[in-house]
Write a protein that binds this ligand. Structure first.
Ligand SMILES: Cc1cc2nc3c(=O)[nH]c(=O)nc-3n(C[C@H](O)[C@H](O)[C@H](O)COP(=O)(O)OP(=O)(O)OC[C@H]3O[C@@H](n4cnc5c(N)ncnc54)[C@H](O)[C@@H]3O)c2cc1C
Length: 384
């Protein structure tokens, strides 16, 4: 992760993103979400802002932002509308894997195209029967001459319809033991045999999370990430810390957005002759909400700083992801109660925050698994 950018530049970038999100995202979020329509014009604006290259190194045409600054961008955007973050987030996770594990030739070929947004990617890991247990995937890539021939299918792959390709986790040796040694990552641009079907979702609408069917799909062997078979699981796992910081930021952003909507509503709404913000029961909710959001933001910053310093941060990233995603769910749920009957109206934005928040507990390690990661490290660090 590059930390080349200067604090002043970062402040300017954050300011520009904040202004864009308020001016361009807020007015259209409800419309796109309800129509479940892909926001093409927003994607064009995100290209101009440099968001598709936010964390890609400057040497490859990106902004080279630190994880810390990037997380602040994600919190801000998610406090208005989380879904567009998914478009650049999944893309940047693919780019980070190429930058971390790719050959120099792969970096030079793919990263400048990704930084400009010309090639928008995503991550193809999950299958219908393999999510948390990724070593159980069944998609197989067989070497035939200068190509791999891929057969199988992937589930829930963000950016797979409107993007140009994905980083695809496959088995190159399905019989390998332990299982992870037979796994590889392929840089997989769309082509013959790569078919996509859109899935309908509770939330995180407008964004294309789809099923991807691969039937005799050919990809050049030069697209094997890092040029060596059998490294795919480790290459995937080494991206988890950054991925978790990003999801944490999306959750905290949803929480902050829900809090701000609820705070304004509580001040405007009256019951029993006074603003409901003066009722103690509502104040208790607001206090718990802001405490959860600010606590999560501190954990995110702590994890991101360690990541930027090149230090181990698996525990910190797991705690940040747990706290951020749970803050999103807690705050949007409490905000729903503060909005009373109007929370149930699709004329208000709060129901979208509630629907979107639930996803943050699932991806990049479910919160059940993350609690185990945290507890395991806690026990290891404090032996009896
Ligand atoms: C909208 C959306 C977008 C997504 N985008 C992508 C994407 O772009 N790319 C991609 O690859 N994937 C994507 N995913 C998939 C997501 O990463 C998986 O859903 C997630 O990893 C969980 O896997 P699963 O759904 O198979 O659940 P499972 O792994 O089957 O888990 C089901 C339940 O069992 C629990 N569980 C499982 N194992 C354990 C254990 N060892 N201990 C305790 N509890 C356990 C889980 O916590 C969960 O509660 C997306 C999912 C959604 C819904």
């Amino acid at each position: 992760m590059s930390t080349n950018s200067k604090p002043q530049d970062d402040a300017e970038i954050l300011d520009a993103i904040e202004q864009w999100a308020e001016k361009e995202l807020r007015p259209v979020a409800r419309k796109f979400d309800h129509a479940d329509e892909y926001p093409h014009e927003i994607v064009e604006q995100m290209k101009s802002l440099g968001l598709f290259g936010a964390t890609i190194g400057e040497a490859y045409g990106g902004l080279g932002l630190s994880a810390s600054t990037y997380a602040k961008i994600v919190v801000k955007v998610s406090s208005i509308w989380m879904a567009p973050c998914g478009i650049f987030n999944s893309h940047l996770i693919m780019a980070a894997a190429i930058e971390r594990a790719g050959t120099e030739e792969q970096k030079r070929h793919w990263l400048p195209r990704m930084a400009s947004g010309e090639f928008r990617g995503g991550i193809g890991l999950t299958e219908a029967n393999a999510g948390s247990d990724l070593q159980a995937i069944c998609t197989v890539a067989k070497r035939e001459g200068d190509d791999y021939v891929v057969n199988g299918s992937k589930m829930w792959i963000t950016n797979s319809l409107h993007g140009q390709g994905i980083l695809l986790l496959v088995k190159t040796d399905p019989k390998a033991e332990p299982r992870y040694k037979g796994m590889s990552l392929l840089i997989a641009p769309k082509g013959d045999g790569f078919k996509v079907s859109k899935l309908k979702k509770l939330g995180y609408r407008s964004i294309d999370s789809c099923e991807v069917h691969l039937q005799d799909y050919r990809v050049p062997a030069s697209h094997l990430l890092g040029g060596v078979e059998g490294k795919g699981f480790i290459q995937t796992a080494s991206g988890l810390e950054l991925g978790r910081i990003n999801v944490a930021a999306r959750g905290a952003g949803i929480g902050e957005g829900a809090l701000l909507l609820a705070l304004r509503y509580a001040q405007e709404r009256s019951a029993f002759g006074k603003s409901i913000s003066n009722h103690q029961a509502i104040q208790l909710k607001l206090a718990d909400m802001v405490t959860q959001v600010e606590g999560a933001k501190h954990l995110i910053e702590a994890a991101a700083r360690r990541y930027d310093a090149g230090e181990r941060c698996d525990l910190e990233a797991a705690m940040a992801k747990l706290a951020g995603s749970e803050a999103g769910v807690f705050c949007s749920q409490e905000a729903m109660r503060i909005f009373g009957g109007y929370s149930y109206s699709v004329e208000y934005d709060i129901e979208r925050f509630y629907r979107d928040s639930l996803l943050m507990c699932i991806g990049e390690g479910s919160n059940e698994i993350l609690r185990q990661v945290i507890a395991k490290q806690l026990i290891e660090r404090h032996p009896a």
